[in-house]
Design a binder for this molecule. Sequence first.
Ligand SMILES: NC(=O)c1ccc[n+]([C@@H]2O[C@H](COP(=O)([O-])OP(=O)(O)OC[C@H]3O[C@@H](n4cnc5c(N)ncnc54)[C@H](OP(=O)(O)O)[C@@H]3O)[C@@H](O)[C@H]2O)c1
Length: 331
Amino acid sequence: MFGMTISTSFWVWLLKVIWIPSVPLYILYRYLKYKKGRAMLIGKVVLITGASSGLGEALAHKFYMCGCRLILASRRRDELERVKNDLMKRLADIPTYAPVVLELDLSDFTTMEERMETALSIFSHIDILINNGGISYRGDIMSTNTDVDYKVMLVNYFGQVAITKALLPSMTRRGSGHIITVSSVQGKIAIPHRSAYAASKHALQAFCDTLRAEVASTGVKVTLISPGYIHTRLSMNAITGSGHTYGVMDEATATGYTPEYVAQRILEAVIADEKDVVISSLGPRLAILLRCLLPRLYFYIMRRRAKKLSHAMHGGPTGGHQQPPGARKNK
Ligand SMILES: NC(=O)c1ccc[n+]([C@@H]2O[C@H](COP(=O)([O-])OP(=O)(O)OC[C@H]3O[C@@H](n4cnc5c(N)ncnc54)[C@H](OP(=O)(O)O)[C@@H]3O)[C@@H](O)[C@H]2O)c1
């Protein structure tokens, strides 16, 4: 009894003297570290792919406000110019640099080396590469044309790989550089009707894990970001199994995180040199754990989900193309 009293009061003492004061101290330490890391970003050259909308656009704003020199890349020059103009209207309390626009098609990976030579010639080097551009997909495997699988892999995987390989020699020569790749929670778990997308993101995960190990001694850092749903036009721009544009704002996407929130979290990950970052609510995190610890239960849940989706789309377990009303044929 006496022993129990002593041990209880010991824990109360420990809480009062060590734990409670250490919480604000830890928060202050994290804040000062973040401020210092942010200051280190001033003047850094950051290439962002997919900078014309959604998360890429939000990332452009975050890094611009840190005083970075930006190269904004994607296919739509007019949208990149709009982002550039918006950025230049922003007022920062530190000197900022006019962003440079670079037209780039991730699916055309044969020209990537030449495109990256152009990118390198702008500021003579790249400090931070953010592989963010990508497309999503909706459809079941049986009714998906293989050229759709090919296109998704081309944009989401081979395009990023080609850019990374084209920039790596200059980064390793300089002994510094940071490669950030935006994957998805679906790079860690696969869900029905997303085969091509999940496969491309799983491939990115494997590529980045290998790359991180291989370049560790060269001073080049690698960060993989796996977000859950973000409120962008990703589902609107997704392609279906027949190659049409999906054109629907999914509810999960509409109620997802804001791009600004995810961009801020990515900025923090860059500053703290985090390696593998999941940005999601508890549900997807639990699903990742379940896939690892209790795969049979995960497969059972996914089987039910596939059945439900299939009935909703086709009124049965197989057949038919997923094509919502008003879907357009992709170019
Ligand atoms: N939204 C989500 O729920 C979510 C969740 C997890 C991960 N992500 C990932 O976040 C990244 C950004 O997507 P987002 O949500 O911001 O969607 P978004 O608004 O549709 O943006 C996609 C970006 O990728 C670019 N892009 C698409 N195809 C391209 C190509 N062939 N070549 C060059 N650029 C291309 C687009 O630019 P152009 O059209 O101008 O080329 C656009 O800037 C993607 O990698 C996506 O997989 C999104």
